[in-house]
Design a binder for this molecule. Structure first.
Ligand code: SF4
Length: 252
């Protein structure tokens, strides 16, 4: 049984987003993702509860309406509406409809609020998914490494993933997205090794995202052999891009 609070939660206050509503359109228990990242805060896919009930777009609309009308009534500010949850939101079969519903609710109750979607971009090659992502204010799209071999180790895609194809899909955004990249290493890989880093710089130059957000592991991760980077090290990794005028945000 789905509860409204499972779908729309908050608002939560953060310095970065202000007062933010969270939207989780994935099954409320367990994790559902087409990646199985070594650093995923939701744990491994295999340990997730095999519950597959998605909220419908009508339920999402109802949950947004209930939450936002109450917030307006109580004079609670909402600066942003962010899709993040236990997995990959674009896997929802009604993802495009849900984006339309959300934008409609945003326009009705908090027209100044920004809608953000965190996605691993695996499905960005699907026309309807790409179009929906292009409609939101902040599509925050992940590329963690610069070749398929490294991605297989870090993100462990569930199904055929070709970085080249994902990059081609993201080219269609004409830079109007935020690229998110996690820097990390383990005894088995290092996303900031010189060759890998240079190739990642080239991907950024090709896609020209309006912002690049780099970060490192923060909380406990399912793979215990991972090591994080410091803010200073990440500043070195992105230095050539900053010098070329890219807007790069670093989160330690
Ligand atoms: S893409 Fe996100 S939700 Fe999916 S496995 Fe990676 S970190 Fe977890």
């Amino acid at each position: 049984m789905l509860h409204f609070d499972d779908i729309v939660f908050g608002p939560i206050f953060s310095r970065r987003l202000g007062s933010s509503l969270g939207v989780n359109i994935l099954p409320s228990k367990g994790k559902l993702c087409n990646f199985d990242c070594v650093y995923c805060e939701c744990g491994w896919n295999k340990d997730g509860i095999a519950e597959r009930t998605f909220p419908t777009s009508a339920q999402v609309e109802e949950a947004l309406e209930a939450k936002m009308s109450k917030a307006v009534e109580e004079g609670v500010p909402v600066d942003s509406i962010t899709f993040s949850g236990n997995g990959e939101p674009t896997m929802h079969p009604e993802f495009p409809e849900i984006i339309d519903v959300t934008l409609r609710m945003r326009d009705k109750y908090y027209p100044q609020a920004k809608v953000s979607v965190l996605s691993n971009a695996f499905l960005a090659g699907r026309e309807a998914v790409a179009e929906a992502l292009m409609k939101v204010d902040n599509p925050i799209l992940k590329i963690d490494a610069s070749n398929d071999r490294l991605i297989a180790k870090i993100n462990k895609p569930c199904g055929p993933y070709h970085l080249e194809k994902v990059v081609a899909s993201l080219r269609r955004f004409e830079g109007n997205f935020i690229l998110q990249t996690m820097f990390l290493k383990s005894p088995d890989f290092d996303t900031a090794a010189p060759e890998a880093l240079a190739a990642w710089h080239d991907i950024v130059r090709e896609l020209r995202p309006r912002q690049v957000m780099v970060y490192t592991i923060d909380r406990e991760t399912p793979d215990k052999s991972l090591a994080k980077y410091t803010v200073e090290q990440m500043a070195e990794f992105v230095k050539p891009l900053v010098e070329e005028g890219f807007d790069v945000q670093i989160r330690g």
